[in-house]
Design a binder for this molecule. Structure first.
Ligand SMILES: [Zn+2]
Length: 215
């Protein structure tokens, strides 16, 4: 449940219904605007209703937007690697999902650190740190101390979707709000197609959140 003063948003798993309640005196428009701001939380709730996609042998998961099969073979190296559109992994079968997850996290960190540096150079700023995690329902965040934190799950998304989130967070290094100057910088860094990438993330987000869940 999400609440702000007397506005409440509740998601019912069994029916897949979202219920917004507010006091009679609250304007409908204000209530809906507040609910729209909860979009990432709503997506996270939707994600829970989709089937889990464990990182198991034979599973097909998206990596940089491409459906990729996880292939386990004892003769393969212990550390997963991408070969011919497959994610090949050896070592003991028991720790497979943990190894695949740490591969995805380190791949995500490597790719997105380079992108943060690329956009930061364009913006004439520098991030104090870049890290990946899986905390809460946010795809990315930028602190007032210039620390950028991104969801490792963005490495599952197509490159333009991932780059949009990175450009968005780098634009926050200059402007912590979402004002006109922020939007102009975001568009300059990412180039055309901000709203398309944003819409794609909204559409595929719930699935990205299911990858690696359930064992
Ligand atoms: Zn933002």
């Amino acid at each position: 449940m999400r609440s702000a003063r007397r506005l409440r948003l509740r998601f019912d798993d069994s029916s897949g219904t979202l219920r917004l309640t507010c006091p009679a005196r609250t304007s409908r428009r204000a209530a809906l605007a507040w609910a729209l701001d909860q979009r990432e939380w709503i997506e996270a709730q939707l994600a829970r209703t989709l089937p889990a996609e464990p990182l198991a042998d034979g599973a097909i998961i998206p990596i940089e937007g491409r459906e990729t099969r996880i292939v386990w073979a004892q003769a393969e190296p212990r550390t997963p690697r991408l070969v011919d559109g497959e994610l090949r992994c050896g070592g003991p079968l028991a720790g497979l999902s943990r190894r695949v997850e740490s591969f995805l996290k380190s791949h995500a960190l490597k790719v997105m650190s380079a992108e943060v540096a690329e956009f930061a150079a364009l913006a004439g700023v520098e991030a104090s740190s870049v890290s990946v995690g899986d905390a809460g329902s946010r795809w990315g965040s930028c602190s007032s101390t210039r620390r950028i934190r991104l969801s490792w799950r963005l490495i599952l998304a197509p490159p333009n979707v991932r780059r949009y989130v990175v450009a968005h967070e780098v634009a926050h290094l200059r402007h912590l709000d979402h004002g006109a100057q922020f939007k102009a910088l975001e568009a300059r860094l990412f180039g055309p197609g901000v709203s398309e990438s944003k819409a794609t993330l909204r559409r595929i987000g719930p699935r990205l959140r299911r990858v690696g869940r359930g064992r």
